[in-house]
Design a protein around this ligand. Sequence first.
Ligand code: 1BN
Ligand code: ZN
Length: 343
Amino acid sequence: MRFPRGTGLLAATLLAAPLLACAPEKTEPPVPPPAAAPEQSARQKADAGGEPRALPADRVSGRQALEHVRALLRFGGRTPGSEGHRWAEDYIIRHLRLAYAEVEEVNFAAQTPDGVVAMKNIIGKIPGRSPEIVLLAGHYDTLAREGFLGANDGGSSAALLLELARVLGGQQPLPLTVWLVFFDGEEAVRQWGPQDGTYGSRYQAGAWQRAGVLPRVKAMILVDMIGDKHLTLRRDLNSTPWLTELVWQVAREKGYREHFLEETTAIEDDHLPFVRAGVPAVDLIDFDYGPGNRYWHSREDTLDKLGPRSFEIVGDVVLETVRRLGQRWPGQPTQTAPARREQ
Ligand code: 1BN
Ligand code: ZN
C-alpha cells in the first residue's frame, strides 16, 4: 500500500485517536472482542483540547504506546490459537498499515509438546535506500496461564514496535531498510528450553536463512519487557558485543545511565536463533520486574506497572541506534564474514 508524501500529519492524527480504528473488522466474529475500541472519553478529549492530539513525528510517544498495550489487554490472553491472539494479529496488522508499512504474514506450524500449533509472525517492512536490513523485533504472544495478560511481557514489545513503525514509516525512504518483526510463540508451551519457546524466531531465522535473506541483515534489535516504569536494562552476554556496546554508548550519550546499567546478565530469548545464524543481535530486556522479578509470568503483569517514559527512553535509543547503523564509521564490523554465511 502506498500513500502520498506529506500525509504524515493526517496519519499522526489518525494514530493519535488511540483506539478509534483498532477493533478488528472480521466479517463474522465468533464472539465480540472483550471490549470494543472505545471512543475517547470526555476527559481525554478535554485533555487533548477537544480533538485527538497530533503525535510527535520524530519520536516514540509513551502515551500512545500505553494505549496500544491497553488495547491489546482488552483482547484478553494472546496465546496462539486463542480469540485474543486473533484480535491482536488484526490490531497489529491494521496499525502497521496505518504506519505505511508493507505487511507480510508468515504462517507456520509449530511442533510443541502439546502437538502442532498454528502460529503467525507478522512483519512490517519499511523500505530504505539501501537493501541492508535492520530488524526491530519483539513478541506479541502471551504465556498460557489462567488470568495472565502480559502487559509488559508480550504487550510492551508489540506496543513499542508499533510506535517505532509509526515514526519510521513517516520518515520514508530510510537510509536502511527496516523490518519490524512481531514474533509469535516466544513463550514455552510447557517448559522453557531449546525446543519449547522461541517458536517464531526459530522458524523465521531458518526461513530467512534458506531464502538467502540473512546476509542482508545488518543487525537485529530485540525488545522484551521494556515497559516497566522502573526501567533497568542489563548488558546481555548472549548478545553481540559490538552491537550491545553501540546501544549502550547511545544510551550513555543521551543520559540514560540509570536505565542502561553496566551490570551483565545472560538471557535466552528470540535473538538467539539469529545470533546462532551469525546475525549481530542485541536483546534489550528488563528482567527485573517487580520485587524479585515477582510480576514476571504472573497475573500482576498489568498495565499499572508500566510507565510511558520507559517506552520513550527505549524508543529514543533504538531510533538513534538505527540511525547510526545507517552510517559508516571507522572500524565498523562488517557483516559479510564468511563464517556466518556457511552455517
Ligand atoms: C522473556 C519473557 N522470556 C520469556 N518471557 C524469555 C526467558 C525465559 C527469559 C526464561 C528468562 C528465562
Ligand atoms: Zn514471558
